[in-house]
Design a protein around this ligand. Structure first.
Ligand code: TGC
Ligand code: FAD
Length: 392
């Protein structure tokens, strides 16, 4: 990839809404992405490999558990700092942000919020430092948008639980050290269990041939009579609301993250349009190209305000699940549209790995599907405003 010349757009002076700490956190993450992600990400995406070496840097910038209290190894930051980190990391690559979302919101958060003190002390510091990488098993081959139908189950065998079933499309599965797995007990109630690599009967085959999130590793979690110690059950919350509560936190981070991908596409297209000459003038001078750029910066600015306000609400514990759904849906859709337009603005060069746009565009095809599809989030808004459930 060409040198990372990224300059962040801030059309409405939104920096003025941020605290000194927010700006410090954002700039530190941005510098790290420029130094350690941008120079190598294209190569890893091309060879469909997760750049393992970024784990140390992600831990150092505080991207594993940004809002988890410091006593458990987290960074103890607020929700806007968490969002800004996700924005900067996804500006580098959605797959790297995925790793942070899973680690922070889908593994550390449930252990912190639903686990007991022993579980917090046992797992959280190792996850925060990157010594452990985690995965989150909710989706199954026959239950994606409808996770409540899951068939993965565990039985009480006196001194342990016996876990059977499988999970599909699991980020980081192939190399995770621990997995937070959602399964039904004998009464059909959903619980979270921490499954550790090395437990007999637990395997994590990799999913190959993805055209999207190629620098992120995806796989299955397979449980064949896995004996899970009783102390690995998360005791403080059960039911479908438990995994969905984790998704709220991850979806919030994705709403910020997608903004980062959109900013990178816009910034790349703007710079290219000023340099690329056709018919004896920079293409930035043609009205049709200006329409694309003007619409991009308008949508980016609206999306920035949406997540900033959501972050304020989240800091006050007032953000609703439906508000988070709206931001995830809007910002990912916005980013995907900008990626498609920006790619066209680069003409043939847009399809090459010389520029990040095509990689962002392909990544966003996963982001618009995982953590609740575009249509599922629309139905969540529909239910919230009408009171009518159109899912079933
Ligand atoms: P429903 O009857 O509506 O709800 C069941 C219970 O859950 C509660 N609830 C929530 N709680 C917290 N947060 C939320 N967002 C919640 N949404 C619902 C609800 O109040 C109820 O509680 P209770 O006490 O009454 O039992 O459930 P439903 O079966 O009708 O499904 C609703 C639906 C479709 C919205 C939901 O299941 C859904 O969101 N589906 C999408 C599935 C999804 O997002 N999967 C994501 C898998 S993880 C992933 O993709 C990781 S990608 C990782 C990466 O970044 O790489
Ligand atoms: P389906 O649920 O089969 O949906 C197919 C289509 O039907 C979609 O367009 C959907 O919107 C539509 N649809 C479904 N129900 C309705 C309805 N009621 N009304 C209208 N339309 C409907 N999951 C995890 O648990 N952990 C992970 O770490 C994880 N990582 C992922 C990484 C990647 C790269 C990908 C692609 C997925 C990942 N997922 C993960 C799974 C992801 O959350 C699911 O793919 C997603 O929830 C959609 O489920 P599905 O693929 O089974 O699609």
């Amino acid at each position: 990839m060409a040198t990372d010349l990224f300059q962040s757009p801030d059309y409405y002076n939104i920096d003025e809404l941020l605290s000194e700490e927010h700006i410090l956190v954002r700039n530190a993450t941005r510098d790290w992405v420029k130094k350690d992600v941008s120079p190598v990400i294209e190569e890893y995406a091309q060879k469909a490999e997760f750049p393992q070496h970024v784990v140390k840097g992600l831990a150092e910038v505080g991207a594993f558990g940004p809002y988890i209290p410091e006593e458990y190894g987290g960074a103890g930051l607020d929700q806007i700092s968490y969002g800004l980190m996700m924005q900067e990391i996804e500006r580098g690559d959605s797959g790297i942000r995925s790793t942070c979302s899973v680690q922070s919101s889908l593994v550390m958060y449930p252990i912190y919020a639903y686990g007991n003190e022993e579980q917090r002390k046992k797992y959280l510091p190792k996850l925060a430092s990157g010594e452990y990488l985690g995965s989150f098993g909710l989706t199954e081959p026959d239950f994606g948008s409808n996770p409540g139908g899951m068939v993965t189950n565990f039985k009480d065998k006196g001194d342990h639980y016996l876990l059977n079933g499988s999970k599909m499309w699991i980020s980081n599965a192939p190399f995770c050290d621990v997995a937070v797995v959602w399964a039904k007990n004998e009464e059909g109630r959903i619980h979270g269990l921490v499954v550790e690599r090395g437990m007999e009967g637990f395997t994590t085959p990799e999913t190959h041939n993805k055209w999207s999130l190629r620098a992120s590793s995806t796989g299955e979690l397979v449980f064949d009579n896995v004996k899970v110690p009783k102390e690995n059950l998360l005791p403080n919350k059960s039911g479908l609301g438990a995994p969905l509560g984790c998704l709220d936190s991850a979806r919030y981070g994705i709403a910020w993250g997608a903004l980062g991908a959109a900013m990178d596409c816009y910034d790349t297209a703007l710079r290219y349009s000023k340099e690329r000459v056709q018919f004896d003038r920079p293409i930035a001078g043609f009205q049709l190209q200006q329409k694309k750029l003007a619409e991009m910066i308008t949508e980016i600015t609206k999306a920035q305000l949406l997540v900033w306000r959501l972050g304020k609400l989240k800091n006050e514990n007032r953000a609703t699940s439906a508000q988070i759904s709206m931001a995830k849906r809007n910002n990912v859709d916005m980013a995907l549209k900008i990626a498609r337009e920006a790619r066209q603005m680069l003409g043939g060069m847009g399809i090459t790995g010389e520029y990040p746009i095509m990689r962002h565009m392909m990544n966003l095809e996963s982001v618009v599907t995982y953590e609740g599809t575009h249509d599922i989030h629309l139905l969540i808004t529909g239910l919230d405003i009408t009171g009518e459930n159109a899912f079933k």
